[in-house]
Ligand binder design. Sequence first.
Ligand SMILES: Cc1cc2nc3c(=O)[nH]c(=O)nc-3n(C[C@H](O)[C@H](O)[C@H](O)COP(=O)(O)OP(=O)(O)OC[C@H]3O[C@@H](n4cnc5c(N)ncnc54)[C@H](O)[C@@H]3O)c2cc1C
Length: 414
Amino acid sequence: MTSDRTFIIVGAGLAGAKAAETLRSEGFDGRVIMIGAEQQRPYERPPLSKAYLRGEAERDALYVHDDGFYTANNVELRLGRTAVHLDTSIRQVALDDGTWLRYDRLLLSTGAEPRRLAVPGEALDGVFYLRSVEDSDAVRERLDRGGSVVVIGGGWIGTEVAASARQRGLEVTIVNPHSVPLERVLGTEVGSIYRDIHGDHGVRMLMGTRLAGFRGATAVERVRTDDGRELECDFVVIGVGVEPRTTLAARSGLYVDDGIVVDEHLQTSMPDVFAAGDVAMTHYPSFGHRLRVEHWANALHQGPIAARNMLGGSDVYDRVPYFFSDQYEVGMEYAGFAGTWDRVVFRGDPATREFIVFWLAGDRVMAGMNVGVWDVSEPIQQLIRGRVSIDDRRLADPDVPLEQLALIADPSAA
Ligand SMILES: Cc1cc2nc3c(=O)[nH]c(=O)nc-3n(C[C@H](O)[C@H](O)[C@H](O)COP(=O)(O)OP(=O)(O)OC[C@H]3O[C@@H](n4cnc5c(N)ncnc54)[C@H](O)[C@@H]3O)c2cc1C
């Protein structure tokens, strides 16, 4: 080892693991310590509501790296340990076993955790949240037993769990305060397509309905809704969004808003401290504002950028946000960010479940989603990046290749 510097990564998820990998692949030969509160080495979470939950994938398939990777790359993994204090004035991190570790550069990749619902009966047996592999194991064990489940929340986690439970033959009810599933991101017009997909698969949907609480002796037996209904069930899965894990950063005086605030280099408000992944609220030069993205691709790509900048680089993170979801036989990819929009434009017939939809504000494409149509995410992202005016009719016309429109938007892609 020629460098006596120590780089510490707090949070052994996807962002942290990709950062550690990049530090080594870029030639850093100092000490790399990765601290992870979970007992598992870094793993990917998307299968936890899909194939892994249904029992169609092995745990080994989840891990970001094989077992020997960390030893082979001299990455010191401290698993089952939580960083409880950060003192940036002396560049030290304290762990929950009392150890203090000194760093030269620090990455906070502490991720996010499920938003909890403070309703009566939330602590009853059989009420589950879904974030970790152990959570998924517990829900999977209930799927094995069959019966009926009530899913609270019609976001991505809720709808994916509902789909997996139906695929395993359970009776499924979704309770959702909005008028359609996924309304917050997709809006009512596109969300209603997902309502129909779930309806076609036999999911009972109570939309515009709020949760009032759970009833049961020791385990949940019924879900109470705000309109006075009582839904019998064998168990409940709650998926009502996540909160960034910012406590450590906030207590240490880092600038925290809805996440740890970082610039386009993923640098926090403190020198030598970086943040990446679900926890980072990143300044996007192309959007001109900050955004916290809670998706797999963001963790995958921010980890390496943070690592390169910890090594003294000045890489900018400005990727178009991207995520995917698989429900039943319907796969989709979504790119962009549309906080508000004034219309949606379809390319293809949504009824066929093979179509592309664009969200537009003025004459600009803010976001696009391809459902059952593949290898189009790159031109869609170019359209979003390009910020040029595109005629709605050409956008909707399947005979006009997207690549052609993307070239208008981004001539450098030619
Ligand atoms: C069930 C499920 C399904 C998903 N499906 C999709 C999908 O289909 N598509 C998609 O794009 N995204 C999906 N996601 C989101 C995606 O998994 C996340 O965006 C990604 O995991 C973020 O990675 P991360 O490394 O930033 O954080 P995390 O994966 O949350 O990892 C952070 C780690 O840091 C640890 N930690 C936190 N605080 C401390 C501390 N103080 N000390 C030590 N360790 C600490 C945590 O225990 C955790 O292990 C899904 C998520 C879940 C839960």
